[in-house]
Design a protein around this ligand. Structure first.
Ligand SMILES: NC(=O)c1ccc[n+]([C@@H]2O[C@H](COP(=O)([O-])OP(=O)(O)OC[C@H]3O[C@@H](n4cnc5c(N)ncnc54)[C@H](OP(=O)(O)O)[C@@H]3O)[C@@H](O)[C@H]2O)c1
Length: 298
């Protein structure tokens, strides 16, 4: 792990690419709000933006980055390939579309968003795009240990990042050991669990926050960073963006790290990707989207 002059922590991916360990997520940020949010995030100091094809706001992210005046080399841009674009040819076409929408020649990190469907075909396209320099790093998301190990064992090029739900109530700590074994950097989506399960008011976190004169949001981010996990909190509020970035001037004690570790329920606050009904739900959703695309002639 390294630090820059603004005290940002960086993870070094297995191919040497440096990724800011704290970024700004834009899931569930409307197209109307997104350009302003990314502009605010860049102005207050974020240099890592996390979007996805399925968030339908890549265009607004691209506009904000292009208009920011910040050197493209200083920003780290993540996007994700959505399920209906999995498969050889389709994945390439979708990444080229993402590049157009994001108004850039390269994406810093492109992830396979979900572990379902033709992930191997999709990966072959990503590996090619990586070789061509159109993406600087490639990875996966929502791959639990069994699927991740299978994916690593049956591909020559290993994923560089695995983006997973990771917050105090669902920590995915055992998975981190497997990730380490394949040189994969662990990243947290929903680092606050979107506030579910009363996380912002959790009394263990409230007490720890008070001892550092920090907020529970800051404690949750610091805890993940201290255990080596990159975080991409979402907020549409500029003052919260500032708050969420202000986590590099304090350190949790070993006791505090252990107290947070003890909050783990090992259960998703959202849904399990291993639930067969959810797999069916994803498959049906892809079919519906494909049918809609055929209907619109796209
Ligand atoms: N790979 C995947 O499958 C996947 C899935 C989900 C998310 N993600 C990525 O991870 C990012 C973060 O996850 P997320 O958006 O689901 O949830 P999150 O970051 O855990 O939580 C966001 C929620 O917390 C609130 N919040 C933010 N900062 C706060 C603060 N300092 N104090 C109090 N409340 C605060 C936000 O409200 P306001 O916006 O009103 O401030 C919002 O309601 C996403 O934006 C996306 O980029 C990836």
């Amino acid at each position: 792990m390294t630090f820059d002059s603004r005290n940002m922590m960086f993870a070094t991916l297995s191919n040497g690419v440096k990724m800011p360990m704290l970024g700004h997520g834009v899931y569930q940020v409307s197209q109307d709000d997104c350009e302003r949010c990314v502009r605010d995030a860049l102005e207050v100091g974020y240099r890592h933006i996390d979007t996805a094809q399925s968030y339908y706001n890549e265009e607004q992210v691209g506009t904000a980055i292009a208009a920011s005046g910040i050197d493209r080399g200083e920003t780290f841009l993540t996007s994700k390939v959505w399920l209906e674009h999995f498969g050889e040819g389709a994945t390439r076409a979708s990444v080229e579309e993402s590049l157009r929408k994001l108004k850039t020649d390269y994406i810093d990190l492109m992830l396979l968003h979900q572990p379902f469907g033709d992930v191997f075909g999709a990966w072959r396209d990503l590996v090619e795009l990586y070789g061509e320099g159109k993406v600087r790093a490639i990875g996966i998301s929502n791959f639990y240990a069994d699927r991740m190990v299978e994916f690593c064992e049956f591909n020559d090029v290993k994923p560089m990042v695995n983006q997973m739900e990771r917050h105090p109530l669902n920590q995915n700590s055992e998975l981190m050991e497997w990730e380490k074994g394949y040189g994969i950097v662990s990243e947290a989506w929903a680092p606050f669990g979107e506030g579910r399960g009363g996380l912002f008011g959790n009394h263990v976190l409230v007490d720890i926050a008070a001892s550092h004169d920090k907020t529970t949001a800051q404690v949750m981010l610091r805890w993940n960073l201290q255990r080596g996990v990159a975080v991409i909190p979402k907020s549409v509020h500029r003052e919260r963006m500032v708050e969420n970035l202000d986590v590099f001037d304090f350190e949790l004690t070993n006791e505090q790290m252990s107290a947070i570790a003890a909050l783990d329920t090992k259960t998703s606050s959202f849904f399990s990707h291993a639930d067969p009904k959810m797999v069916q739900w994803f498959a049906q959703m892809v079919e519906e989207r494909k049918a809609k695309l055929r209907g619109s002639g796209n």
